[in-house]
Write a protein that binds this ligand. Structure first.
Ligand SMILES: Nc1ncnc2c1ncn2[C@@H]1O[C@H](COP(=O)(O)OP(=O)(O)OP(=O)(O)O)[C@@H](O)[C@H]1O
Ligand SMILES: [Mg+2]
Length: 259
């Protein structure tokens, strides 16, 4: 089982959009996939048409008084399950703080799911909190969407430094440019240089296009409702890079719908 987390200290950079599309693509490829919507806002749950509700709330899950298995819902797509958000997740930091070894907690909660899933995605809220620390400890690979500004390199450096300072497990980083507008000179300059200079920046860039915004109207991944669009192809390329970075063996593609 490989664990990916979409993470950035910044909000609104494309974390949820990425988690939703990549989890769909992984499932379509034949992996058994779980997406855990860790954000109290519940955007990933909304996009998969699942009510953001967990019985007993985040506290029961983190404390282990309710099983994770019991809270998991099937999505409309084969092999793709979702652990929904809940409004109580806004207090996950406090719940974690009260737990033993809080930074290890998510990892140990997910460990028993190894037999059921090949791939887990954690969709994180923005910020750098105890929850983020627990995500960093649990994840094999961090997918970090970067908005192309002069500060984006600095943000990535800060994250790399923070991870280097962690005790114990350190996830691999795969950063990528998100919401690229090729008409903007600054976007072109920044996104043109960095992937060549740094091994932790993906070659794939996600363009800023209104089709991606349509996901919240369609309530489905763009890779599902417009699979031949340029946006969907970029996400497929990003997934291929992420899969390779994590060392996941490739699966022969299956048609959506067959099992
Ligand atoms: N490549 C893109 N082109 C155009 N719009 C996009 C793109 N990626 C994301 N968006 C839109 O930008 C908004 C923020 O995206 P998203 O929810 O994925 O970001 P996030 O990092 O998860 O935000 P938050 O920090 O609030 O969780 C959404 O309305 C989404 O539809
Ligand atoms: Mg989000």
């Amino acid at each position: 089982m490989k664990i990916f987390a979409t993470y950035n200290i910044k909000g609104g950079v494309g974390k949820t959009t990425t988690a939703v599309n990549l989890s769909y693509l992984a499932a379509r490829e034949g992996y058994r996939v779980l997406l855990w919507d860790l954000d109290a806002q519940g955007a990933a749950s909304f996009l998969f048409r699942i009510r953001p509700r967990v019985k007993g709330g985040g506290k029961a899950l983190i404390r282990g008084t309710r099983s994770i298995d019991g809270a998991i819902k099937a999505t409309d797509f084969d092999r793709l399950d979702l652990l929904p958000a809940d409004f109580t997740y806004r207090n996950l930091d406090l719940v974690l703080d009260a737990a033993k070894k809080p930074a290890r907690r998510l990892g140990s909660l997910l460990a028993p799911l190894r037999a059921e899933y090949d791939v887990v995605f954690l969709d994180c809220p923005p910020g750098i909190t105890l929850l983020s620390e627990s995500v960093l400890q649990a994840a094999d690979t961090l997918l970090v969407p970067l908005i192309p500004t002069t500060l984006s390199v600095r943000t990535l450096d800060q994250l790399t430094e923070f991870i280097a300072g962690l005790n114990g497990h350190r996830p691999a980083i795969l950063a990528f440019f998100s919401m690229i507008d090729r008409r903007k000179r600054l976007h072109k300059e920044i996104s043109g240089q960095l992937p060549e200079q740094r091994a932790d920046v993906a070659a794939t860039m996600i363009p800023a296009v209104s089709l991606i915004e349509q996901m919240s109207v369609q309530r489905a991944p763009v890779t599902a409702f417009a699979p031949r669009s340029a946006a969907a192809r970029r996400y497929a390329e990003l997934w291929a890079e992420a899969r390779e970075r994590a060392g996941l063996p490739t699966r022969s593609p299956t048609t959506p719908g067959d099992q």
